[in-house]
Write a new protein. Structure first.
Length: 262
């Protein structure tokens, strides 16, 4: 069970990140390219630094893994996983569908997650043993009786390898192709928890991209797993499915047609 003090700390981290990010939004800031060619901005670095300062003061023995400043080992079996701006491309373009992701992992498993959209001041919080909330009020994912009616989302077709793209398109063809959503990063997963989107399917995600999403989606009654249907953990391979209705799991896996070794 997650303690209320852990949730309160996670929300303070989100508050600090938001305060760091908002002055840069639709303003002037420097942008660099990381080794993998993905963009990073002053806002990314400022937000992560603000969160790390709080953790150093309030949870100094916990580990920290952040997208921008790497890993700090801990001694408690607990690790905070930080993605200061998930969706930096959207942030640079002035689109308010990026988010700050904050997760707490106990041993290997995500047990607490926050998705925070600091411009719209929207916040989803999920934790093991607790229902997911949106700005403090309970939310639930929706049922999806038939995969043919499912609204499917993914960030970009260009983020799939050729192999994974083939399997994604096999899934997309089984869903409602007229309502397929491109773009959104972490915001799509929040919308699954909110009951507005049925499925998200992506590959190539890193721990900081998905750890916070799991408690949010599952606390709302949804389900997250890898492309084999296995639970997501610290060493998952980055192929991720989120669904609002867990009853559709077998349908989704069958449509995806993914074979680990093909």
């Amino acid at each position: 069970m997650i303690h209320s003090k852990d949730i309160a700390l996670a929300e303070r981290l989100a508050d600090a990140a938001g305060e760091a990010i908002r002055p840069f939004y639709r303003s002037d800031f420097t942008t660099d390219r990381k080794a993998d060619a993905s963009p990073v901005t002053e806002a990314d670095r400022a937000a992560e630094a603000a969160m790390r300062a709080i953790l150093d003061a309030e949870a100094p023995r916990d580990g920290v893994i952040g997208e921008e400043y790497g890993e700090k080992p801990g001694s408690t079996g607990r690790t905070w996983v930080l993605d200061p701006i998930d969706g930096t491309t959207s942030f640079i373009a002035g689109r308010p569908i990026f988010g700050t992701l904050i997760a707490l992992i106990a041993e290997e498993w995500p047990v607490l997650g926050v998705i925070d959209q600091p411009i719209g001041r929207e916040r989803w919080v999920g934790a093991t043993g607790r229902g997911t909330t949106f700005n403090g009020k309970p939310v639930r994912a929706r049922l999806c009786p038939d995969i043919e009616d499912a609204v499917l989302a993914t960030t970009s077709p260009h983020l799939f390898s050729d192999h994974d793209a083939m399997h994604f398109m096999a899934l997309a063809k089984q869903c409602d192709t007229r309502r397929l959503i491109w773009g959104g990063d972490c915001y799509n997963y929040a919308l699954v928890a909110q009951g507005s989107v049925d499925l998200v399917c992506e590959s190539g995600l890193k721990l900081h991209d998905f750890a916070a999403l799991v408690p949010v989606v599952e606390g709302a009654g949804g389900h997250m797993c890898d492309w084999n249907g296995d639970p997501l953990h610290k060493d998952s391979d980055g192929r991720v499915i989120a669904m609002g209705d867990p009853a559709r799991l077998e349908d989704v896996l069958a449509a995806l047609g993914h074979h680990q070794h093909d």
